[in-house]
Design a protein around this ligand. Structure first.
Ligand code: NAP
Length: 248
């Protein structure tokens, strides 16, 4: 059994997930860094090494989170290594943007699998452990697109809106076991995901950001660290928009 609390962060080899892993390590959590597969393992191990600089334990765990059995096996490995899981951050996500009139079934299904079903896959495995512990924090990374919609992101908005519904339902089910479930809805954050957007689209988004700048992965990680920490013990079922003032 680890002497530290243990956090599992999905999709943590880069971007927002990497920043979350580092923020939780800094706060004293042992961190399980989930990466999709062997091709991501080197990057995942680098994140684990960076986490260990904070004096905690960390390791990379491979699993495609859209795959139910892979999630079950990964959660088993994490629980075997550290004996507990105190914080689950469902961060992994993809975009396959396109207009509804031209969106393929593959585009739709891929986004639902990685962004929405993944949250079921992970919570289905982790919630029973947290119920036994009578303690846990679950933080689901959704998006402002799931709160207010976004042209060209029919599939992505659907997946992220569903995660908000899942968050609220689970918060109602699990409060009695001292498990909080919250969602964070980032706005526009500088990562590989947004890097592929055309400059014109980026400029249009920037105009809607009250604080006049795009977000950094660390802006989102700070909010996750708060929800995982002692100051957020009485917060559940909430959607926190960390977006510089897009949604208000
Ligand atoms: P990113 O740089 O593209 O990172 C996403 C990570 O998730 C990648 O490491 C990716 O691994 C992993 N991932 C995706 N599908 C996976 C799967 N099925 N199994 C395991 N890992 C998987 O994107 P990001 O901007 O950091 O996004 C992190 C989260 O924030 C996502 O849920 C995203 O929807 C959300 N978000 C981002 C923004 C933004 O502006 N950036 C705004 C709102 C919400 P691979 O590289 O192997 O695919």
């Amino acid at each position: 059994m680890s002497e530290h609390k243990v956090a599992l962060v999905t999709g943590a080899k880069q971007g927002i997930g990497r920043a979350i892993a580092l923020a939780l390590a800094k706060d004293g959590f042992d961190v399980a860094i989930n990466c999709r597969g062997e091709q991501s393992a080197a990057a995942g191990r680098e994140v684990a090494a960076a986490c260990m600089q904070y004096g905690v334990d960390a390791d990379c765990f491979l699993a495609d989170v859209s795959d139910f059995e892979a999630c079950a096996a990964m959660v088993k490995r994490v629980a075997t290594k550290w004996g507990r899981i105190d914080v689950l951050v469902n961060n992994a996500g993809i975009t396959r943007d396109g207009l509804i009139a031209r969106m393929s079934e593959e585009q739709y299904d891929a986004v639902i699998a990685s962004n929405q079903k993944s949250v079921y896959n992970m919570m289905r495995q982790v919630v029973p452990l947290m119920m036994k512990q009578r303690d846990g924090r679950i933080i689901n990374i959704t998006s402002v697109a799931g709160v207010y919609g976004n042209a060209g992101q029919f599939n992505y908005s659907a997946s992220k809106a569903a995660v908000i519904g899942m968050t609220k339902s689970a918060a109602k089910e699990l409060g009695g076991r001292n498990i909080t479930v919250n969602a964070i809805a980032p706005g526009f954050v500088d990562t590989d995901m947004t890097g592929k957007l055309p400059d014109k689209a980026k400029a249009a988004i920037l105009e809607r950001i009250s604080l006049g700048r795009t977000g950094k992965p660390e802006d989102i990680a700070a909010a996750v660290a708060f929800l995982a920490g002692p100051g957020a013990a009485y917060i559940t079922g909430q959607v926190l928009c960390v977006d510089g003032g897009i949604v208000m």
